[in-house]
Design a protein around this ligand. Structure first.
Ligand code: PGA
Length: 261
Protein backbone atom coordinates (compact mmCIF):
# COMPACT_ATOMS: atom_id res chain seq x y z
CA UNK A 1 0.00 0.00 0.00
CA UNK A 2 1.30 3.40 -0.83
CA UNK A 3 0.47 6.67 0.91
CA UNK A 4 -3.02 7.06 2.34
CA UNK A 5 -3.79 4.97 5.39
CA UNK A 6 -5.64 1.66 5.75
CA UNK A 7 -8.83 1.84 3.75
CA UNK A 8 -9.28 5.59 4.22
CA UNK A 9 -8.38 8.62 2.19
CA UNK A 10 -6.40 10.22 5.01
CA UNK A 11 -2.99 11.46 3.91
CA UNK A 12 -0.09 10.45 6.13
CA UNK A 13 1.57 13.15 8.19
CA UNK A 14 5.29 13.25 9.04
CA UNK A 15 5.87 16.01 11.59
CA UNK A 16 9.32 17.05 12.87
CA UNK A 17 9.38 18.60 16.34
CA UNK A 18 12.85 20.06 16.69
CA UNK A 19 12.15 21.23 20.26
CA UNK A 20 14.93 23.60 21.44
CA UNK A 21 17.43 22.52 18.76
CA UNK A 22 18.70 24.07 15.50
CA UNK A 23 19.28 27.82 15.55
CA UNK A 24 18.66 29.87 12.39
CA UNK A 25 21.86 28.86 10.56
CA UNK A 26 21.35 25.14 11.21
CA UNK A 27 17.62 25.37 10.37
CA UNK A 28 18.34 27.11 7.05
CA UNK A 29 21.00 24.53 6.12
CA UNK A 30 18.69 21.65 7.12
CA UNK A 31 15.71 22.63 5.00
CA UNK A 32 17.96 23.54 2.05
CA UNK A 33 19.52 20.08 2.15
CA UNK A 34 16.17 18.36 2.83
CA UNK A 35 14.35 20.01 -0.08
CA UNK A 36 17.16 18.97 -2.44
CA UNK A 37 16.98 15.32 -1.35
CA UNK A 38 13.29 14.74 -0.50
CA UNK A 39 11.29 12.80 -3.05
CA UNK A 40 7.86 14.34 -2.64
CA UNK A 41 5.12 11.81 -2.05
CA UNK A 42 1.70 12.99 -3.17
CA UNK A 43 0.00 11.03 -0.38
CA UNK A 44 1.98 12.44 2.54
CA UNK A 45 2.28 15.78 4.32
CA UNK A 46 5.61 16.78 5.85
CA UNK A 47 5.58 19.48 8.55
CA UNK A 48 8.48 21.14 10.38
CA UNK A 49 8.15 22.65 13.85
CA UNK A 50 11.42 24.57 14.35
CA UNK A 51 12.06 26.85 17.35
CA UNK A 52 10.18 30.13 16.77
CA UNK A 53 13.39 32.12 16.28
CA UNK A 54 14.50 29.69 13.54
CA UNK A 55 11.19 29.62 11.65
CA UNK A 56 12.06 32.36 9.13
CA UNK A 57 15.44 30.78 8.35
CA UNK A 58 13.89 27.30 7.95
CA UNK A 59 11.32 28.74 5.51
CA UNK A 60 14.03 30.61 3.64
CA UNK A 61 16.20 27.49 3.32
CA UNK A 62 13.27 25.58 1.81
CA UNK A 63 13.01 28.06 -1.10
CA UNK A 64 9.96 28.75 -3.26
CA UNK A 65 6.86 26.55 -2.81
CA UNK A 66 8.47 23.67 -0.90
CA UNK A 67 6.47 20.42 -0.67
CA UNK A 68 5.98 20.82 3.08
CA UNK A 69 4.60 23.23 5.67
CA UNK A 70 5.82 24.89 8.83
CA UNK A 71 4.45 25.37 12.31
CA UNK A 72 5.45 26.67 15.72
CA UNK A 73 5.84 24.58 18.86
CA UNK A 74 3.72 26.78 21.11
CA UNK A 75 1.59 29.92 21.13
CA UNK A 76 0.08 32.04 23.87
CA UNK A 77 -3.70 32.12 24.16
CA UNK A 78 -4.14 35.92 23.84
CA UNK A 79 -3.93 37.52 20.39
CA UNK A 80 -1.73 40.45 21.51
CA UNK A 81 -0.79 42.57 24.48
CA UNK A 82 1.49 42.80 27.49
CA UNK A 83 2.75 39.20 27.66
CA UNK A 84 6.51 39.59 27.65
CA UNK A 85 8.34 36.69 26.05
CA UNK A 86 5.30 35.06 24.44
CA UNK A 87 4.32 34.61 20.78
CA UNK A 88 0.71 34.88 19.63
CA UNK A 89 -1.05 32.87 16.95
CA UNK A 90 -1.41 35.93 14.65
CA UNK A 91 2.35 36.62 14.95
CA UNK A 92 3.12 32.97 14.17
CA UNK A 93 0.81 33.06 11.17
CA UNK A 94 2.37 36.30 9.93
CA UNK A 95 5.83 34.70 10.29
CA UNK A 96 4.83 31.82 7.99
CA UNK A 97 3.47 29.17 10.36
CA UNK A 98 0.36 27.29 9.25
CA UNK A 99 0.10 25.02 12.30
CA UNK A 100 0.98 25.05 15.97
CA UNK A 101 1.64 22.25 18.41
CA UNK A 102 -0.63 22.54 21.44
CA UNK A 103 -0.30 20.65 24.70
CA UNK A 104 2.94 18.85 23.92
CA UNK A 105 3.90 16.78 26.96
CA UNK A 106 6.86 19.07 27.71
CA UNK A 107 4.47 22.03 27.81
CA UNK A 108 2.20 20.08 30.15
CA UNK A 109 4.86 18.58 32.41
CA UNK A 110 7.79 21.02 32.31
CA UNK A 111 5.72 24.21 32.08
CA UNK A 112 2.58 23.11 33.90
CA UNK A 113 0.12 23.66 31.06
CA UNK A 114 -3.41 22.52 31.94
CA UNK A 115 -6.14 21.06 29.75
CA UNK A 116 -7.99 24.38 30.04
CA UNK A 117 -4.94 26.26 28.76
CA UNK A 118 -4.64 23.88 25.81
CA UNK A 119 -8.30 24.60 25.01
CA UNK A 120 -7.63 28.36 25.04
CA UNK A 121 -4.57 27.87 22.80
CA UNK A 122 -6.52 25.74 20.30
CA UNK A 123 -9.15 28.50 20.17
CA UNK A 124 -6.45 31.15 19.64
CA UNK A 125 -4.98 29.09 16.79
CA UNK A 126 -8.42 28.81 15.20
CA UNK A 127 -8.98 32.59 15.38
CA UNK A 128 -5.71 33.18 13.55
CA UNK A 129 -6.21 30.50 10.91
CA UNK A 130 -3.55 28.16 12.30
CA UNK A 131 -4.26 24.42 12.56
CA UNK A 132 -3.72 23.23 16.13
CA UNK A 133 -1.92 19.89 16.39
CA UNK A 134 -3.21 18.89 19.81
CA UNK A 135 -1.00 16.40 21.67
CA UNK A 136 -2.36 14.02 24.29
CA UNK A 137 -0.68 11.28 26.31
CA UNK A 138 -0.51 9.60 29.69
CA UNK A 139 2.36 9.46 32.18
CA UNK A 140 3.85 6.13 33.29
CA UNK A 141 2.07 6.46 36.63
CA UNK A 142 -1.28 7.01 34.90
CA UNK A 143 -0.63 4.06 32.60
CA UNK A 144 0.22 1.79 35.49
CA UNK A 145 -2.90 3.00 37.29
CA UNK A 146 -5.07 1.93 34.32
CA UNK A 147 -6.02 5.55 33.57
CA UNK A 148 -4.68 5.87 30.02
CA UNK A 149 -8.03 5.90 28.24
CA UNK A 150 -9.69 8.34 30.59
CA UNK A 151 -6.65 10.68 30.63
CA UNK A 152 -6.25 10.90 26.86
CA UNK A 153 -10.01 11.12 26.27
CA UNK A 154 -10.38 14.06 28.60
CA UNK A 155 -7.28 15.78 27.22
CA UNK A 156 -8.89 15.49 23.79
CA UNK A 157 -12.39 16.55 24.84
CA UNK A 158 -11.28 19.55 26.88
CA UNK A 159 -8.58 20.56 24.38
CA UNK A 160 -11.12 20.89 21.58
CA UNK A 161 -13.93 22.31 23.72
CA UNK A 162 -13.40 26.03 22.98
CA UNK A 163 -13.25 25.69 19.20
CA UNK A 164 -15.99 27.61 17.36
CA UNK A 165 -15.89 25.32 14.37
CA UNK A 166 -14.33 22.04 15.44
CA UNK A 167 -15.43 20.38 12.21
CA UNK A 168 -13.21 22.65 10.17
CA UNK A 169 -10.45 23.27 12.67
CA UNK A 170 -9.65 19.81 13.98
CA UNK A 171 -7.50 18.02 11.52
CA UNK A 172 -4.52 16.58 13.36
CA UNK A 173 -4.13 15.00 16.81
CA UNK A 174 -1.03 13.32 18.24
CA UNK A 175 -0.94 10.55 20.81
CA UNK A 176 2.39 10.69 22.64
CA UNK A 177 2.70 8.56 25.77
CA UNK A 178 4.90 10.67 28.07
CA UNK A 179 6.99 7.67 29.09
CA UNK A 180 7.91 7.01 25.43
CA UNK A 181 9.16 10.50 24.60
CA UNK A 182 12.92 10.73 24.23
CA UNK A 183 13.38 7.54 26.23
CA UNK A 184 13.96 4.99 23.46
CA UNK A 185 10.86 3.12 24.71
CA UNK A 186 8.05 2.63 22.23
CA UNK A 187 4.47 1.79 22.83
CA UNK A 188 3.79 -1.44 20.91
CA UNK A 189 1.87 -1.06 17.64
CA UNK A 190 -1.01 -2.93 19.35
CA UNK A 191 -1.09 -0.46 22.27
CA UNK A 192 -0.95 2.45 19.87
CA UNK A 193 -3.77 1.01 17.75
CA UNK A 194 -5.94 0.58 20.88
CA UNK A 195 -5.48 4.14 22.04
CA UNK A 196 -5.93 5.58 18.55
CA UNK A 197 -9.20 3.67 18.28
CA UNK A 198 -10.33 5.21 21.59
CA UNK A 199 -9.37 8.69 20.33
CA UNK A 200 -11.22 8.18 17.06
CA UNK A 201 -14.33 7.11 18.98
CA UNK A 202 -14.15 10.32 21.06
CA UNK A 203 -13.73 12.33 17.85
CA UNK A 204 -16.75 10.58 16.34
CA UNK A 205 -18.83 11.62 19.36
CA UNK A 206 -17.64 15.21 19.01
CA UNK A 207 -17.57 15.59 15.23
CA UNK A 208 -19.81 12.89 13.79
CA UNK A 209 -18.79 11.60 10.37
CA UNK A 210 -16.14 14.31 10.01
CA UNK A 211 -14.04 12.43 12.57
CA UNK A 212 -13.03 10.11 9.76
CA UNK A 213 -11.00 12.92 8.20
CA UNK A 214 -8.91 13.72 11.31
CA UNK A 215 -5.34 12.40 11.21
CA UNK A 216 -4.11 10.81 14.46
CA UNK A 217 -0.32 10.67 14.76
CA UNK A 218 1.82 8.63 17.10
CA UNK A 219 4.86 10.15 18.79
CA UNK A 220 7.49 8.84 21.19
CA UNK A 221 10.93 7.45 20.23
CA UNK A 222 10.01 6.99 16.56
CA UNK A 223 13.07 6.05 14.47
CA UNK A 224 13.79 4.97 10.87
CA UNK A 225 13.88 1.40 12.25
CA UNK A 226 10.42 1.31 13.85
CA UNK A 227 8.38 3.80 11.81
CA UNK A 228 6.98 1.27 9.30
CA UNK A 229 5.66 -1.03 12.02
CA UNK A 230 3.97 1.89 13.75
CA UNK A 231 2.44 3.19 10.52
CA UNK A 232 0.90 -0.19 9.85
CA UNK A 233 -1.06 -0.13 13.12
CA UNK A 234 -4.77 0.57 12.80
CA UNK A 235 -5.76 4.23 12.86
CA UNK A 236 -2.15 5.51 12.83
CA UNK A 237 -2.05 8.27 10.24
CA UNK A 238 1.48 9.49 10.75
CA UNK A 239 4.17 10.30 13.26
CA UNK A 240 5.39 13.24 15.35
CA UNK A 241 9.14 12.87 15.74
CA UNK A 242 11.63 14.60 18.03
CA UNK A 243 15.16 13.19 18.24
CA UNK A 244 15.15 11.33 14.93
CA UNK A 245 14.05 14.45 13.02
CA UNK A 246 17.19 16.40 13.92
CA UNK A 247 19.42 14.86 11.29
CA UNK A 248 18.56 15.13 7.57
CA UNK A 249 19.34 11.49 6.66
CA UNK A 250 17.30 10.01 9.46
CA UNK A 251 14.38 12.40 8.87
CA UNK A 252 14.42 11.65 5.12
CA UNK A 253 14.23 7.95 5.76
CA UNK A 254 11.28 8.39 8.15
CA UNK A 255 9.45 10.59 5.60
CA UNK A 256 9.98 7.93 2.93
CA UNK A 257 8.51 5.16 5.09
CA UNK A 258 5.12 5.35 3.34
CA UNK A 259 6.72 4.43 0.05
CA UNK A 260 7.80 1.07 1.43
CA UNK A 261 4.54 -0.04 3.06
P1 PGA B 1 11.04 11.82 20.51
O1 PGA B 1 10.06 13.07 20.79
O2 PGA B 1 10.79 11.37 19.10
O3 PGA B 1 12.42 12.37 20.71
O4 PGA B 1 10.67 10.76 21.50
C1 PGA B 1 8.75 13.08 20.27
C2 PGA B 1 8.07 14.36 20.70
O5 PGA B 1 8.25 14.79 21.84
O6 PGA B 1 7.31 14.99 19.92
Amino acid sequence: MNGATGGSTRRRVFAANWKMNHGPAAARAFTRDFVARYRSDADSDVIFFPPALSLAAAIEGAGEAPPFRFGVQNIYSADKGAFTGENSAPIARDAGARLTLVGHSERRHVFGETNEQTAAKCAAAERAGLTPLLCVGETLEQREGGETESVVSSQLRVGLSDLKDPLLTTSVIAYEPVWAIGTGKNATPEDVADIHTVLRAVLAELLGDAAEGVRILYGGSVTPGNVSRLLMAANVDGVLVGGASLEVGSWLSICSASLNL
